[in-house]
Design a protein around this ligand. Structure first.
Ligand code: SF4
Ligand code: SF4
Length: 216
């Protein structure tokens, strides 16, 4: 799930300076689960913007704000609403998708934090940095790119103390976790494997995947 957090409201209000009519777009998927972009948050945002003198001329809640066709369909109603700007309560992906579909300034109400595991309602853990070349098969299912503060993929830095990371002692050392996990799985030999350095410099952003092209 893409984890989002609300921006400080002062930041959003600064973006909206001079705007008197505004629309709000939420997200029925990740941002709803993060309590940043569902129905309650849209209602709260509407109240807040009205308290700051703005008229909210429309609100929509696409099932997934990163889905171009869904957003296109759901935001149609906003085109002639008189909105001078849109406040988007989705992630950065959803906010850009709204901007793709509406010729209006679209302002993010959230910061997009990470791709994370939902531990419990309202509790999220960063689990993947989407490196594009997954090494979990050789690390016992624990991501060294994400769980190690230095993203070391070929073993520890040596700075751990009592199993805790030297960068942030609140976190367990990822490589000690990987070691114990591989031992428990009977896969200790994988500790000796050398994994290829991540060559982020060779990645051409933005990346695109077209399954249709592959099938044809
Ligand atoms: S190695 Fe880590 S960052 Fe890369 S794809 Fe796998 S889980 Fe994600
Ligand atoms: S102590 Fe462990 S988790 Fe922290 S940076 Fe070093 S290897 Fe990575």
């Amino acid at each position: 799930m893409i984890i989002t957090q609300k921006k400080p409201i002062e930041e959003l209000l600064a973006m909206l300076e001079g705007v008197t009519k505004v629309a709000i777009v939420g997200c029925g998927s990740c941002a709803s689960a993060c309590q940043t972009g569902g129905e309650p948050e849209i209602r709260a945002m509407k109240t807040l913007l009205e308290e700051h003198g703005m008229e909210v001329v429309g609100t929509v809640l696409p099932d997934e704000c990163c889905h171009k066709l869904l957003v296109k369909k759901d935001t149609k109603a906003l085109r002639d609403s008189g909105a001078q700007a849109v406040v988007c309560l989705a992630c950065g992906d959803g906010t850009q998708t709204v901007a793709d579909n509406l010729l209006l300034p679209v302002y993010p109400a959230n910061n997009t934090m990470f791709l994370g595991q939902v531990e419990r309602v309202g509790m999220f853990n960063e689990y993947c940095r989407m490196c594009g070349d997954c090494v979990l098969g050789s690390t016992g299912g624990i991501c060294p790119v994400t769980q190690c503060a230095k993203s070391l993929i070929n073993g520890p830095c040596g700075g751990q103390r009592n199993g805790k990371c030297e960068v942030n002692p609140e976190n367990d050392c990822a490589w000690i976790r990987i070691y114990h996990r591989l031992v428990a799985l009977g896969q200790e030999e994988k500790l000796g494997q050398t994994r290829q350095d991540k060559d982020y410099g060779s990645v051409s952003y933005p990346r695109h995947i077209n399954l249709r092209a592959k099938k044809s």
